[in-house]
Design a protein around this ligand. Structure first.
Ligand code: GLT
Ligand code: MN
Ligand code: MN
Length: 406
């Protein structure tokens, strides 16, 4: 059975090889599914309606392969991509699995480890660009500590800056058309990780030599692990022009990194996230509660799922999982469009009753504006007594999400 929510390549949905290829291993038990061939995964993803596939260097070319083995594997993979009409929008480096990285890669105290991490990343960048990637993700899986006295965290920040600046230099020197996207996570596998949230990353980017080349790759699960609002973090990244990529999945706050099927937990955050990415509130917010000069438009990057099927599943379950991520995204997009087209929602976002006459005073300091603001009579009691209608708005949103409105 097909319907309007079945994914197509136009939706620009992508999955990592490590996601649909996840064999169900966890710290307490062995794999429950066989390790799949990357070419098989590409064929199955294409059959599901996905558009892109992302990879770590080692997902495709096993660690320690010779140059000749690498070239054979890559040639075969490229042929599969062409045959299936699939693209590789993003690539990344595995800087966390091998024991050499047990105390970090770019932030390790050992300069030899840092040197190896730079070299592995340059080779990974070459591979990604050869496959057509436009974005290169940096997730610092082992950049962190348990024994905190082992290094001054300020040195870790400086080492990370040196690494990103160096690798930006490499990309420019090669003439590659590639942007970097930094992915934050608060903990796991390390007790505490450096740059634990998207907000930390955004500030770090502003200290880089080539900051225009570097943005963020926020992940739902990672911000939720920190107990934060993912939607607010993503919105801040968009407002800064730094949302270069996104990792969609689901997560219960306070748990290990679950990487669950998109929308399978916290549907309200998922709805608000899709609404933000799809820009369904753009027209209304630009004229009302939203501010002129803020980009309220649709995010045009890949919709990437960094999630995996429950450990209980066999291969058939994996493809139900993949389809489920994409269908839920499309269903929520349709619900968000209907919600924002509702005149009651539009009346709300039009900002009725707010005093817009003072708007010119609120940006661009000058002494006259400061004097005018200090002389302004604001009826604080009347404003304080006014109900804002948020209960009605939020219930209406709930009814749209549940499919009884619209
Ligand atoms: C790993 C991690 C993800 C990152 C991937 C990219 S690898 O699966 O849990 O969040 O996005 O390195
Ligand atoms: Mn991720
Ligand atoms: Mn995760």
């Amino acid at each position: 059975m097909t319907d309007a929510y079945d994914p197509t390549p136009d939706d620009r949905f992508s999955f990592g090889l490590w996601t649909v290829g996840n064999p169900g291993r966890d710290p307490f038990g062995a794999a429950t599914r066989p390790v799949a061939d990357p070419n098989h995964l590409v064929r199955k993803l294409a059959a599901c309606g996905a558009w892109g596939v992302n990879l770590h260097d080692d997902d495709l070319v096993p660690f320690g392969s010779s140059a000749a083995e690498r070239d054979l594997i890559v040639a075969r993979f490229k042929a599969t991509l062409v045959a299936e009409g699939m693209v590789v929008p993003m690539a990344t480096t595995n800087l966390f699995a091998h024991p050499v990285f047990k105390d970090g890669a770019f932030t390790s105290n050992d300069p030899q480890v840092r040197a190896f991490a730079y070299a592995k990343t340059m080779a990974g960048i070459d591979l990604g660009v050869e496959l057509g990637a436009e974005t290169y993700v940096f997730w610092g899986g082992r950049e962190g500590t348990e024994a905190d006295a082992c290094r001054d965290p300020r040195d870790a920040v400086k080492r990370m800056r040196d690494a990103i600046d160096f690798l930006c230099g490499y990309v420019k020197d090669q003439g590659y058309d590639l942007r970097f996207a930094l992915e934050a996570k608060p903990n796991e596998p390390r007790g505490d990780m450096y740059f634990p949230t998207t907000g930390h990353m955004l500030h770090f980017i502003s200290t880089l030599q080539h900051e225009e080349m570097v943005g963020v790759n926020p992940e739902v699960a990672h911000e939720h692990m920190a107990g934060l609002s993912f939607v607010q973090g993503v919105a801040q990244a968009i407002e800064a022009g730094k949302l270069f990529h996104i990792d969609l999945n689901a997560q219960r706050i306070g748990r290990y990194d679950q990487d669950l099927r998109f929308g399978s937990e916290d549907l309200k955050q998922a709805f608000l996230l899709v609404r933000l990415l799809e820009g369904t509130a753009a027209a209304a917010s630009a004229s009302g509660t939203g501010d002129a000069g803020v980009d309220h438009s649709r995010y045009d990057g890949p919709r990437h799922f960094d999630a995996h099927a429950y450990r209980t599943e066999d291969e058939e379950g994996v493809w139900h999982f993949a389809r489920g991520c994409m269908r839920t995204y499309k269903i929520l997009a349709a619900r968000a469009r209907a919600f924002d087209a509702d005149p009651r929602v539009q009346a709300f976002t039009a900002g009725a009753g707010h005093g817009t006459d003072v708007l010119p005073l609120l940006s661009g300091y000058d002494a006259d504006k400061a004097a005018a603001l200090r002389a302004l009579e604001v009826d604080v009691n009347a404003i304080g007594a006014r109900g804002l209608g948020y209960e009605r708005l939020d219930q209406l949103m709930t009814e749209y999400m549940l499919g009884v409105a619209g």
